[in-house]
Design a protein around this ligand. Structure first.
Ligand SMILES: Cc1ncc(COP(=O)(O)O)c(C=O)c1O
Length: 397
């Protein structure tokens, strides 16, 4: 085996892509697959955005752009992000990125010393753990507890781990994979903790606009937080643009300048005509975005109803994100399973349903004794949800 650099050995990945490979292999053998595994979307980007990108490319926006992003986009983002959060951002608070994901590594590379400790949600988006460890930090996972309405941060687990080396807190409110949403009280608790321990906060707000009722709120809006928070923002989900790769980091000017220096080092700039389309997104009509949300809401309702109709499934119905995180412990035990990979693959081979399990979102924490799986409903239509879940009910009952 060729020997790679030792830091490479610390790099993790999104193991959910392996679930996609299992599903693709099964489909290649002429089987029907119901794709609930990936947070990708089968909704096409609204026409006015496609037209804007096309026009920008034809107008010659095909060369390099400034490293931090084109000014009209930075201005539009400052207004969009600032207005929704009650923050006075200007273009200087914005560093345009090829997607939301790059913000994670660039934030950590800017602010986390090697050997420092970083708290991150687990189950959570797997790239946090990967980037913390790759960049030489110590990853401190915190979990969630089940409540009557969904999930809440396990506060004891957070507090018990903080030492004088802890400098970073990653907070993903509206949460992938579990769909959790903080109460105002919980968000304030997180903010108080960050202030008390002088932590930098990465507020991953990838799902801020994916909301079916109520209002989203940012931790950066709370007193004392804007100066210690970097927001991860993305066009991926709100405009059905996962493959376009457009997002940004929003935060204090000095941190944003540092993050933009990584842009110059790593990709030079985000795609020029895609940035121009980004301006059109933010200045465009709201109906297409509402249509995306209405479609997602129908899917959420269909999936929740179908899951609750299966004996042994416990699931809450989040008002944000496009994920459900059912507790299937009773079924797992009733059917005599001991291995969640086999549980997942049997469901695929017997019914065509492809989902991720808890292990795809970080190493399980001590004391976890329930079996959770994740359904993403962003890539599958209502009729397929109903058809697939009927087969699953048949198999699991
Ligand atoms: C919690 C979370 N953060 C960040 C991202 C990255 O988004 P993007 O596709 O814009 O890079 C995702 C994508 O699934 C996500 O779920």
């Amino acid at each position: 085996m060729r020997k790679f650099a030792s830091r490479y050995g610390r790099l993790g990945t999104e193991t959910a892509f392996a679930v996609g490979a299992d599903a693709a292999a099964w489909a290649a053998k002429d089987n029907h697959v119901y794709p609930f595994h990936l947070g990708d979307m089968n909704i096409i980007t609204p026409d006015y955005i496609l037209d804007a990108a096309n026009k920008a490319a034809r107008d010659g926006k095909t060369g390099y752009a400034p490293g931090p992003g084109i000014l009209p986009l930075r201005e539009a983002l400052a207004e969009d992000i600032g207005m929704a959060r009650g923050l006075n951002y200007t273009a200087e608070n914005i560093s345009v990125q090829p997607g939301g994901k790059p913000v994670i590594g660039k934030f950590l590379a800017t602010l986390m010393e090697e050997g420092a400790e970083a708290l991150y949600p687990n189950p959570g988006y797997p790239i946090y753990e990967s980037q913390i460890e790759y960049l030489g930090g110590k990853a401190l996972p915190y979990g969630y507890v089940t409540t009557d309405t969904g999930f809440a941060i396990n506060r004891e687990e957070v507090e018990a781990q903080i030492t004088d080396k802890t400098t970073i807190l990653i907070y993903n409110n509206y949460q992938n994979p579990i769909g959790a949403e903080s109460t105002e009280e919980e968000m304030q608790w997180v903010a108080d903790l960050a202030i008390k321990h002088d932590l930098w906060v990465l507020a991953d707000e990838a799902y801020f606009e994916v909301r079916y009722s109520g209002l989203s709120k940012s931790i950066a809006s709370l007193p004392g937080m804007a100066e210690r928070t970097v927001i991860l923002y993305t066009f991926s989900k709100k405009f059905a643009m996962t493959g376009w790769r457009l997002g940004c980091a929003a935060g204090p000017v000095d941190v944003i300048e540092a993050i933009s220096k990584f842009n110059t080092n790593q990709e030079s700039c985000s795609n020029h005509f895609v940035q121009a389309a980004g301006v059109a997104c933010l200045n465009g009509p709201t109906e297409p975005q509402n249509a995306i949300l209405s479609e997602l809401k129908l899917r959420r309702d269909a999936l929740t109803e179908a899951l609750l109709n299966i004996d042994g499934v416990k699931v809450s119905r989040p008002e944000t994100t496009f994920y459900l995180f059912p507790d299937v412990t009773d079924i797992f035990k009733r059917m005599g399973y001991t291995d969640s990979a086999k549980f997942r693959l049997d469901a695929l081979y017997e019914t065509g349903i492809s989902f991720c399990s808890r292990e795809h979102f970080g190493r399980p924490l001590p004391g976890e004794d329930r079996i959770f799986i994740r359904f993403a409903y962003s890539g599958i239509n209502v009729d397929q949800i109903q058809e697939g879940l009927a087969a699953l009910k048949n198999f699991w009952e």
